[in-house]
Every structure is written in C-alpha cells, then in structure tokens.
Design a binder for this molecule. Structure first.
Ligand SMILES: Nc1nc2c(ncn2[C@@H]2O[C@H](COP(=O)(O)OP(=O)(O)OP(=O)(O)O)[C@@H](O)[C@H]2O)c(=O)[nH]1
Ligand SMILES: [Mg+2]
Length: 290
C-alpha cells in the first residue's frame, strides 16, 4: 500500500501565529506561544502520523528583518533550512499584512514545491477585508492556494490539514510513528520556562533571556529539575530576580505549573540566574542548542 510523508514547513513574519498553528495541527504542545514577537528561536518539528501518512510539520522563527546578533543570524539560518527541505510550504499571514520582505517574497514566488498561503487570525478582521486580502495573495502567488484560518480558534485548521494530506508526496515515514517531535524533554522544559519569561517580563528582558537545563533527575519519586536563566547584563539579572527574589519566585511557580501540566506529574524546579553576553557568542549559542 502507498504511504505519504513529507516536510510541511510553516514560515512567516514574527507573531503571526506559526507556533499556535503547529500546535493546532498536531494537537500537541510542540512550540511555545506568546503575544510578543520573536518567541520562537529554533526550528521545532512536530509529527502527525497515521497508518497511511506521516506529516513532519516544522515551526520556524519569524522572519528577522535586520539581523543584529549572532542569535538573529542563527534564526535566519533555520528559515533558510526550512526553505531547503520543504515538501510543502505554509506561509502564514496576519490580516492587514501586505508587505512581505522582498527577499522572502522572491523566494516564496520561486518555490519548486506547493505553497499554501494561510491568512490567520480571521476572528480579528471583517469578512470583506479578508476577501480583499485573499484576492491580493491569489495574485501575488498565482500557483499557491489561499485560505482563511484561525489557529487559535481552530477554524479551518481541518481544511488546511486535508489540503496538506492531498499534496503530501509518496514517501516512507521519516521518523518512528510513535514519537511526537524531534526534541527531547529537556528542550520542552527549557522552552516552557522561556515562555513564562515572555509572559511575565517586559521590554528587553525576554529577548535577553535564554534557559539551559542543568540537571533533570528522574530517579526520584518527584523529578528534580535545575535550570539556569542567562541574561546579558547585571541590571537584567536584578529585574529577573526582583525585590527579595519575588520575581524569580513567581517565574518558578508559573514555570513549574506549566511543566507539571505538560508532564502530568509533580516536579521540583530550581531556577538560577546568571549573566553572560550569550546572544553574540558562538560557543555559548552552540551549548544552548543553536
Ligand atoms: N485572535 C487570534 N490570535 C491568535 C491566532 N493565532 C495565534 N494568535 C495569537 O498570536 C500571538 C502570537 O502567536 P504565536 O503562535 O506565538 O506566533 P508566532 O508566529 O509563532 O510568533 P514568533 O515565534 O514570535 O515568530 C499569540 O498571542 C497567539 O495567541 C488567531 O487565530 N486569532
Ligand atoms: Mg513561534
């Protein structure tokens, strides 16, 4: 019997809902989500497998307009990689967006694989404007499909999935059928702490924070997890820790709750804050998994 499989890579500007979409498509928490731009920094794969097919969905960072740090260049590198191995590209757009970066636009127009343009967050816009936007993108990408979705409210996500399955090439499965992602537990745990940093802290703090899991002891009744949060400057460390440690304590409680929900069990979580100018440091970025 024939079997379908392929890489379906979600690409778009920051904050358009790419991570929300990969979670909706797979039905799992594959990628962290926040209301702030540039939440996703690495490529994360999420798999949807049945007897007949395996879809390898890929979440990518939002397109970085002006890369200023090595971190940004790494983020752009993941987008490049997603262009290279895609069997299908989903371009995610926010209502009202008409200008894509010229380089991004050109690459999308010259794709050798099918393109599905999804206008997301349609719950936030009027029908008439959506129709205009659909027409506009239909003209910009005459070979692509254009559809309206809401990743957050699960509207038309099933229609998108149906189209993806139609377009999927015949190929054996790339990954074992019983796994959900290419990432291990430590990655998800560090990302969930980072997600809470995006929710709890303002201004530059989330953008200067990265999390490393130092230990994950599963041999105990309740797993013990130790994580270090790296920030670039002493002043940022003071903000993260807060008066008498109040802010880092709150971060610890919220992160622990989210990790416990993910794992379905209690954990101990110990957070440490350290200063290191990690965003421009190749070696440190490598240690952080970039
Ligand atoms: N109203 C509405 N909000 C949405 C929808 N989809 C996503 N969002 C919200 O948009 C924000 C950004 O979502 P993400 O999934 O983190 O966006 P992203 O494209 O992955 O962002 P980066 O990783 O920063 O590039 C979050 O606050 C989501 O809840 C939608 O269909 N409707
Ligand atoms: Mg994201």
């Amino acid at each position: 019997m024939s079997h379908k499989s392929g890489f379906v890579n979600i690409i778009g500007n920051p904050n358009v809902g790419k991570s929300t979409l990969i979670n909706a498509l797979t039905g799992e928490k594959i990628s962290i989500v926040s209301p702030k731009a540039q939440t996703t920094r690495q490529r994360v794969l999420g798999f949807l497998s049945t007897d007949d097919y395996q879809i390898v969905f890929s979440d990518t960072p939002g397109y970085v307009e002006n890369p200023a740090y090595e971190l940004h260049r790494k983020m752009l590198g993941y987008i490049n990689a997603a262009f290279e191995d895609a069997d299908i590209v989903i371009l995610l757009i926010e209502p009202g967006t008409r200008d894509l970066n010229p380089d991004l636009l050109l690459r999308l127009q010259n794709l050798k694989v099918p393109l599905i343009v999804c206008i997301n967050k349609i719950d936030l816009s009027q029908q008439e404007k959506m129709m205009e936007l659909m027409k506009y993108y239909g003209e910009v990408f005459p070979n692509g499909d254009v559809m309206l979705i809401s990743a957050l409210h699960n509207f038309n996500v099933d229609v998108l999935l149906g189209r993806v399955i139609e377009l999927l090439p015949e190929h054996p499965a790339y990954y074992p059928k019983d796994v959900l992602s290419d990432r291990h537990l430590r990655f998800f745990v560090s990302e969930m702490i980072r997600e809470q940093i995006f929710y709890l802290f303002e201004k530059e703090i989330p953008y200067h924070s990265e999390v490393i899991i130092e230990y994950y002891k599963e041999d105990e009744n309740i797993p013990k997890i130790g994580a270090t949060i790296f920030v670039s400057r002493e002043s940022q460390k003071r903000i993260l820790i807060g008066h008498g440690g109040s802010s880092v304590k709150k971060l610890g409680v919220q992160s622990r709750k989210s990790i416990e929900e993910f794992l379905g069990q209690h954990v101990f979580l110990d957070l440490n804050v350290k200063v290191k100018d990690w965003r421009d440091d190749e070696t440190t970025l490598k240690q952080m998994g970039f």
